[in-house]
Design a protein around this ligand. Structure first.
Ligand code: G6P
Length: 373
């Protein structure tokens, strides 16, 4: 078993370290010489893609969080309205679906029953289904009209890491594909984003090289028995949700992710002296409004006694002034930043759970693939 783990203590540690390669593999060959995105299986025409006037993303767990990130990208790049929904809720509320609806199903295993049932419901209503899966030939891709496979390789640890990052990469490709077949609105932006995507694996590797400070903070939180809150805005919000989910899954600790702007509407009452708050801070460049807003959220929680750990872009001096600790990640376009900012949160959860003596690869009560509804 030690050999299978490639010298790491756990499969999760191994899989965290495999992320740069997994993302590179997922991108490889998907962008042709002319810069067009290539899907794996397409049983629908370009015209079908052009007719789409609404996108629903359905998924569960970590895959749902990849979907939440994707909504920001798809709406920005394609101007098509995009909703994200937990697969287990989707078919029970009579969603409005027709031939011009694209349902994007994200499932690592391709066998999650909740997601499969959402796909079948969508197909019954004549919607088109595009799936993103890590398992070639699994049920969800087989029943879809188009497929893009992630190439994370086998993920053993129950808590998803490399599958999540490859889902993000694949989702960005799908968003760019939609933008391309429909006539690109932001041609320059799309080619710049493609360059940035190709550069992402190198940046993820840099994040992984610098995880020691995160581990130290995780051990501190474990020693204090803290519950942990995560806050973010824009794509940092789904990253906050994923950070909290990892901690729940692995450490059996109460953790919540919040949209930072929503704090004042309730959750801020949870803050006590010393409560750790992990803030996902967007780049200070470009969308500085977003950055200003999260800085004021950091000030709000600090004023109530929180201990703030900020995940921010390297060289972000403003955040360094306001937060108690900073975890720096390389510069990246806002929409692609989750590929980087999610990684320290994975390590944080794994280290905290290790300090509490938990079984990292096989958390209690959880299964890797859930094939019941
Ligand atoms: C299970 C796993 C989660 C996963 C979810 C969705 O609950 O424990 O890690 O995110 O299923 O799985 P899928 O295979 O559909 O992505």
């Amino acid at each position: 078993a030690a050999a299978e783990k490639g010298g790491y203590d756990t499969f999760m540690a191994k899989e965290i370290h495999e992320q740069p390669q997994a993302v590179a593999d997922t991108l490889r060959g998907r962008i042709d010489e002319s810069g067009q995105i290539v899907l794996d299986e397409v049983r629908m025409s370009d015209q079908d893609f052009r007719d789409i006037d609404k996108v629903f993303i359905v998924a569960c767990g970590t895959s749902y969080h990849a979907g939440l990130v994707t909504k920001y990208a798809i709406e920005h790049w394609t101007r098509i309205p995009c909703e994200v929904e937990l697969a287990s809720e989707f078919r029970y509320r009579d969603p409005v679906l027709d031939r011009s609806t694209l349902v994007v199903a994200i499932s690592q295993s391709g066998e999650t029953m909740d997601t499969l049932m959402a796909v079948r419901h969508a197909k019954d209503q004549k919607a088109r289904v595009l799936s993103i899966s890590n398992t070639v030939g699994s049920t969800i891709p087989r029943e879809s009209d188009a497929v893009l496979y992630t190439r994370a390789g086998i993920e053993v640890a129950v808590a998803s890491t490399k599958a999540f990052l490859t889902q993000l990469a694949a989702c960005y490709l799908v968003g760019l594909h939609l933008a391309q077949v429909r006539g690109i609105k932001y041609a320059d932006e799309v080619s710049a984003i493609l360059d940035e995507l190709v550069a992402a694996p190198g940046k993820i590797a840099k994040v992984i090289e610098n995880l020691d400070p995160v581990r130290e903070m995780a051990r501190e939180c474990a020693a204090n028995g803290d519950r942990v809150l995560f806050i973010g805005r824009h794509v940092g919000y789904p990253v906050a949700l994923e950070g909290a989910l990892k901690l729940k899954e692995l450490a059996y600790l109460h953790a919540e992710g919040f949209a930072a702007g929503e704090l004042k509407h309730g959750p801020i009452s949870l803050i006590e002296t010393g409560t750790p708050v992990i803030a996902i801070v967007p780049s200070p460049r470009g969308r500085s409004l977003l950055h200003d807003k999260i800085i004021s959220n950091i000030q709000e929680v600090k004023a109530r006694g929180a201990r703030v750990i900020a995940v921010c872009e390297e060289g972000d001096k403003i955040t360094a002034v306001h937060a108690d600790h900073v975890i720096e990640t390389p510069a990246s376009p806002t929409l692609l930043a989750p590929l980087l900012t999610a990684v320290p949160l994975q390590e944080f959860a794994a280290e905290l759970a290790t300090a509490l003596g938990r079984d990292i690869d096989q958390p209690r009560n959880l299964a890797k693939s859930v094939t019941v509804e």
